[in-house]
Design a protein around this ligand. Structure first.
Ligand code: HEC
Ligand code: HEC
Ligand code: HEC
Ligand code: HEC
Length: 434
């Protein structure tokens, strides 16, 4: 009798406790989802160049974006320290002889330095067109809208500078109202159109790459209007680009030693990456590695501290690769191999340049063959420069980088041989000591 009373009391306690626990769980489950981020606080004008205003509504993106100004860490081949590429590799001085890049050529830095760095380079002067501001400022979308790109490009750099106050900012990549990623550079819009593409139909994942193509591409200033143009009409592969420039008979400068009509490549990250690289074919976007998701308390957002992913590999690579040490070691191996191959290409081009210079000095030189040698110099160097000026030291697409460097070395040796033929004597290279 006594033990059954105790049992009823125990069962009673258990039932009451169970109901309390169920009650607590039901209460917790019915709480509203914690809100992520902050409700918009201010209205942002369309194309507002001032990132600080956008930052009121999106403090996490703004605070990480601001870090791009003070980043200064260097990596083996990249990073944010603006070291002189000419000091690291003096061959560049001769390769770019007669052109601004032989005087001043520094490693790139973070987005918030874009304006300081373009205005500080010794490459700009009285004759520089305004087009040079095209990928440096959040004032551009508004200016292109007001004046049109043709007039923008016709305005001299020094004059346009009065209108330009802000470094790269939110307005270069986002629509102020929807915050969606957009194409802001009319030259990109036109280049895509020429290929029959409309970015408004692209998927979100495609936009996470295409938004970088507003700036991280090869481009040139077309005609007397210095009209900003991407040379993509025949495709974005290096051979397509070389053919496009050849048809147009376009040159950036003439090499003073070889007399060749030269092309300077800019920074074709988009073209190299999208040319069947392993990551691109697997659907990986620029933003996956350079703007990985980051947590700050309850908030999850894309870091806007865009920089070398090697300085943030756990986040940048770890979301897809379990062995981060293995893949970052692979980066070193790839970059070292591309670098060594690239230096061999540079030596071959320099031999070509010197042979052409000596051949041209021979009174009996065959001028037709000499011109062929010059053309080979141009074709070799623009291929080499496509990889050299691309900022990942081949990592974005190792196979394509090595393929292009092999082609460049071959063309450079052909240039040297053609110079010998033009001179009619191998003496011009026999004294050569590289
Ligand atoms: C799979 C990851 C990955 C993807 C995708 C990727 N990158 Fe990179 N990127 C890297 C790595 C790794 C480096 C080398 C960094 C270094 O050498 O410090 C790099 C270097 C760079 C650099 C030079 C950085 C520096 O430190 O100077 C730029 C600019 C860049 N990438 C832009 C892009 C753009 C634009 C795209 C898309 C078209 C892209 N990347 C796609 C991983 C990636
Ligand atoms: C260089 C281009 C670029 C610039 C400049 C830029 N963003 Fe972004 N932003 C992105 C990309 C890429 C994403 C990822 C979008 C996606 O996944 O759809 C993103 C995402 C966002 C999102 C969505 C939430 C998230 O974090 O994924 C917000 C909000 C945002 N950015 C705010 C800003 C603000 C504020 C600024 C200026 C301080 C800014 N962005 C500057 C490229 C940029
Ligand atoms: C409006 C033009 C513009 C857009 C859009 C843009 N970039 Fe850049 N980016 C630049 C310029 C210019 C620099 C070099 C700034 C300097 O050296 O002062 C740069 C530098 C970089 C660097 C080197 C940073 C460092 O610290 O060395 C990386 C990495 C990079 N960009 C990646 C990207 C990625 C990824 C995207 C797309 C999500 C993107 N950029 C979109 C213009 C742009
Ligand atoms: C969004 C997912 C994603 C991110 C982020 C990513 N990778 Fe990958 N990576 C892949 C996929 C998918 C492959 C191809 C399949 C495989 O081999 O695993 C790959 C392949 C590779 C390979 C082998 C390439 C080859 O040609 O065989 C290397 C090396 C590599 N990744 C390095 C990196 C590094 C370094 C980072 C960070 C900077 C990175 N990945 C970021 C998805 C990613």
């Amino acid at each position: 009798m006594k033990s059954s009373t105790t049992m009823y009391i125990l069962i009673g306690i258990i039932v009451v406790l169970a109901m309390v626990i169920i009650g607590i769980l039901l209460y917790l489950n019915n709480q509203p989802e914690p809100t992520r981020g902050v409700e918009p606080l201010v209205e942002i004008d369309p194309m507002d160049p001032d990132s600080e205003t956008w930052g009121i509504n999106y403090p996490n993106q703004w605070s990480t974006f601001q870090k791009t100004e003070s980043n200064s860490e260097r990596t083996a081949y990249g990073g944010s320290d603006d070291f002189s590429k000419l000091e690291v590799d003096p061959r560049l001085v001769e390769l770019f002889a007669g052109y601004g890049f032989s005087k001043d050529y520094n490693e790139d830095r973070g987005h918030m330095n874009s304006l300081t760095d373009v205005e500080g380079t010794a490459r700009v002067g009285e004759s520089t067109p305004g087009t040079c501001y095209s990928c440096k400022s959040s004032d551009n979308p508004g200016l292109w809208d007001q004046m049109g790109m043709a007039e923008y490009d016709l305005t001299p750099f020094m004059e346009l500078g009065d209108e330009i106050e802000h470094a790269i900012g939110c307005a270069n990549c986002h629509d102020a109202e929807t915050m969606e990623l957009i194409v802001t550079n009319p030259a990109l819009e036109e280049a895509l159109q020429a290929q029959g593409k409309d970015w408004r139909e692209f998927t979100r994942q495609e936009m996470r790459t295409v938004v970088c193509a507003n700036c991280h591409v090869e481009y040139f200033f077309k005609g007397d209007g210095k009209y900003l143009t991407f040379p993509w009409q025949d495709g974005t592969k290096i051979e397509n680009i070389a053919d496009y420039y050849a048809e147009l008979q376009f040159k950036d400068w003439e090499h003073p030693q070889s007399g060749a009509p030269m092309i300077k490549m800019q920074h074709p990250e988009y073209e190299l990456f999208t040319q069947n690289s392993t990551h691109y074919n697997a659907g990986v976007a620029c933003a996956d590695c350079h703007m990985p998701y980051t947590r700050d308390g309850a908030a999850k957002f894309s870091t806007h501290d865009v920089k070398s992913p090697l300085l943030n590999a756990e986040n940048a690579c770890g979301q897809c690769h379990t062995d981060v040490t293995y893949v970052t070691n692979r980066v070193s191996t790839i970059q070292n191999q591309v670098y060594e191959t690239m230096i061999a290409t540079e030596d071959a081009i320099l031999s070509g340049i010197r042979a052409i210079e000596k051949a041209a000095a021979q009174p009996s030189v065959d001028t037709e063959q000499l011109d062929e040698a010059r053309w080979l110099h141009r074709e070799a160097q623009l291929r080499w420069d496509f990889i050299s000026s691309e900022n990942s030291m081949g990592f974005h697409n190792p196979e394509e980088a090595l393929r292009i460097l092999a082609a460049a070395t071959d063309l450079a040796r052909q240039a040297e041989l053609k110079a010998v033929q033009a001179a009619g004597t191998p003496d011009i290279i026999q004294s050569e000591t590289n």
